[in-house]
Design a binder for this molecule. Structure first.
Ligand SMILES: Cc1cc2nc3c(=O)[nH]c(=O)nc-3n(C[C@H](O)[C@H](O)[C@H](O)COP(=O)(O)OP(=O)(O)OC[C@H]3O[C@@H](n4cnc5c(N)ncnc54)[C@H](O)[C@@H]3O)c2cc1C
Length: 482
C-alpha cells in the first residue's frame, strides 16, 4: 500500500518511477489485511486522541509528524475516491468499528472505513484501485525483484540500489530518490527476538516482511524507533501450517448479551486478564509475561476453556482472515473437525480436561486438575454474582460454563505487524541518529511507522496513504543529480 501510493504520487509529479516487489505477488500485509482505514473527521480532535495514546504508552512521539498525519488523514477517503475517479472506478465507503479507546479525548472523531468498489472485499477493492492507478500513471512494476542494498556516493547521499532479479545483482541508478516501503519485520525471527518479548510468536500477516528495509537503512546510518511496538492478536497455531489462524472469540461478541461461555487460563490453569477487554492489536502486552521465578513464558500457549454450548454455537477460528486464508483451510462451524484432529483438547469433566492438557507436548505436566477446577468454580461464581472481582470482565459477558464435555484451545501471540524501523520526519525523510536526514532517502508505511505501543486500528493503512503521499511527492521533487 505505502509503496503503491508513493509510486502513484511520484509518477503524478512527472518522475520516472519504478516499484519493486520481491514476491511473485505482493507478500506483505496489505493484501491480507481487513482493509479498514482510519479517516478522522476533525484534525485537531484526532491529534488530541492520538497524542493521548502516546502519553499513556510513553512511546516516542514526533509532534510535527503527528500534526501532518492528523491534518492529512481526514482526506484519506477523498484521495482514494479521486484516484479511483481518475481511472473510471467508482469508490464509496462503509463505516465500521469504533475507536479502540473511547475514553480518550477526541475519540468521537476517529471513524474507520471499509472501501466499497465493484463488490470486492475492502482490501481487494483497494488493490483494484491502486494497481489500475499504477498502470495508468505509467509506473513500471518489477515483481520477483529484491531490493538488497542502498548505494551512497562519497557524501552519503543515496544514488541508487542494488536489486536482485533472476539470480543476478543489478545496480540501478535513482536520479532523484529512493522510497523504502518494505513493511515490517514480523517474519524475521532474529529481529523479533531482539526487539520484542514472548516466545514463540507466530505470524498472521505476510511472509515477505522480513525487515529488509531496516537492515538496508541501518547500513546507511539510519536511526531506529518504535522497535518495541508490535500489533499482535491472539491466534491458533497447529503443526500442519506455519501461519497462525485468527481466534474469533474475544472480538466477535457472539450472543453478547449472554456470553459466550469461555475464559482464558495460563499454562498452570490461572486466569490472568479481562478476556473481553483487550484490544485485538494488544494481546502481546498480555501474553508476553515472562515469569522470572519459573523462568518461562507462562502464558504461551494459553488456553481458551469452554463448554459444550459454546463449542456448538461458535466457530472458534476464522481461517479466512490474514495470511491464514492462503492455506485454504476452512475451520468447521461447530469445531468438530478440529476436535477430531486433536487441535482442540477435550475432557468429559473439567478434571479430565486438565489431565488431557497436561499430557500435551507444550504443557508437560504444568496443568493441575485441582487448579483448573478451582478456576472454573471461581469464574462461575463471578458469573452468578455478575461481578468479576479479579479482572472486571463486563457483567453482560459473564456466562458460566456448565454443559460437559469441556474443551481447551491452545492460543499463541499472532503477530499482525510491527511498527518499528528507520525513524522518519514529517517530510518522510529517513533520519540519522543526529536527527539529520539521509539525503534522497524516504520511507513510507509500516516500515518505521509513527505509531508506538498503543495502536488505534485502521491507522496503519491510513499512515500508508499519508506517508506514501508525502514521500512520493517529496522524492519526485528532489533535483535530479545527473
Ligand atoms: C491480518 C491483518 C489485518 C490487518 N488489518 C488492518 C486494517 O484493517 N487496517 C489497518 O490500518 N491495518 C491493518 N493491518 C496492518 C496493515 O495491513 C499493515 O500495517 C500495512 O498493510 C502495511 O503496509 P505497507 O505498504 O507498509 O507494507 P506491506 O503491505 O507489508 O508491503 C511491504 C511489501 O514489501 C515487500 N518487500 C519486503 N522486502 C522487500 C525487498 N527487500 N525487496 C522488494 N520487496 C520487498 C514485501 O513482499 C511486501 O509486499 C492488518 C495486518 C494484518 C496482518
Amino acid at each position: 500500500m505505502a509503496g503503491a501510493v508513493a509510486a502513484i504520487v511520484a509518477a503524478e509529479e512527472s518522475a520516472r518511477t519504478t516499484l519493486v516487489e520481491k514476491g511473485k505477488e505482493p507478500e506483505g500485509n496489505t493484501w491480507v489485511s481487513l482493509g479498514g482505514i482510519s479517516c478522522p473527521d476533525d484534525a485537531g480532535r484526532a491529534k488530541e486522541y492520538l497524542q493521548s495514546l502516546f502519553e499513556r504508552s510513553h512511546s516516542v512521539m514526533d509532534e510535527k509528524l503527528l500534526d501532518v498525519y492528523a491534518q492529512m488523514s481526514p482526506n484519506n477517503l477523498e484521495w482514494l475516491k479521486q484516484t479511483g475517479k481518475s481511472i473510471g472506478i467508482d469508490v464509496s465507503f462503509r463505516e465500521y468499528g469504533k475507536p479502540a479507546y473511547p475514553d480518550h479525548p477526541g475519540a468521537e472523531t476517529m471513524h474507520k472505513w471499509m472501501t466499497i468498489c465493484r463488490r470486492k472485499s475492502s482490501v481487494n477493492g483497494l488493490f483494484h484501485i491502486l494497481s489500475n492507478a499504477l498502470a495508468d500513471r505509467g509506473v513500471s512494476v518489477l515483481m520477483e525483484t529484491t531490493a538488497k542494498k542502498l548505494l551512497q556516493d562519497k557524501d552519503g547521499q543515496i544514488i541508487g540500489m542494488t536489486l536482485e532479479r533472476g539470480g543476478r545483482d543489478v545496480n540501478v541508478k535513482a536520479r532523484r530518490a529512493v522510497v523504502l516501503a518494505t513493511g515490517g519485520f514480523q517474519n524475521n525471527d532474529d529481529l523479533i527476538r531482539n526487539f520484542s518479548r514472548g516466545y514463540p510468536i507466530y505470524y498472521g500477516g505476510g511472509p515477505g516482511n522480513t525487515g529488509d528495509g531496516i537492515r538496508m537503512a541501518m547500513q546507511v546510518g539510519a536511526d531506529l524507533w518504535h522497535m518495541n511496538s508490535i500489533s499482535c492478536a491472539i491466534g491458533v497455531k497447529v503443526s500442519e501450517y506455519d501461519v497462525a489462524f485468527r481466534f474469533s472469540l474475544p472480538s466477535i461478541h457472539h450472543d453478547y448479551q449472554e456470553g459466550p461461555a469461555w475464559f482464558l487460563v495460563d499454562q498452570y490453569g490461572r486466569r490472568f486478564t479481562n478476556e473481553m477487554g483487550v484490544d485485538v492489536h494488544s494481546w502481546n502486552l498480555v501474553l508476553d509475561y515472562f515469569d522470572p521465578v519459573k523462568e518461562e513464558y507462562t502464558r504461551i500457549p494459553s488456553y481458551a476453556i469452554l463448554d459444550e454450548s459454546t463449542r456448538k454455537k461458535v466457530s472458534l477460528v476464522n481461517s479466512r482472515m490474514g495470511w491464514g486464508k492462503k492455506t485454504g483451510y476452512r475451520w468447521s462451524a461447530d469445531n468438530s473437525r478440529e476436535i477430531e484432529r486433536g487441535w482442540i483438547v477435550k475432557g468429559e469433566t473439567i478434571e479430565e480436561l486438565a489431565h488431557m492438557i497436561s499430557i500435551t507436548e507444550t504443557n508437560r505436566g504444568r496443568m493441575k486438575e485441582e487448579r483448573l477446577r478451582t478456576t472454573l468454580e471461581v469464574y462461575n461464581s463471578y458469573c452468578n454474582e455478575k461481578n468479576d472481582y479479579e479482572f472486571d470482565r463486563p457483567a453482560e459477558c459473564l456466562k458460566p460454563l456448565g454443559e460437559a464435555p469441556f474443551y481447551a484451545l491452545p492460543l499463541y501471540p499472532r503477530l499482525l505487524n510491527t511498527q518499528g524501523g528507520p525513524r522518519r520526519n514529517a517530510k518522510a525523510k529517513v533520519l540519522r541518529p543526529d536527527g539529520k536526514p539521509i539525503s534522497r532517502l524516504y520511507s513510507a508505511g509500516e516500515l518505521g511507522s509513527l505509531w508506538g505501543m498503543i495502536y488505534e486500528g485502521g491507522s496503519n493503512l491510513s499512515e500508508c496513504i499519508v506517508t506514501g503521499r508525502i514521500a512520493g511527492r517529496n522524492a519526485a521533487r528532489e533535483k535530479a543529480w545527473d
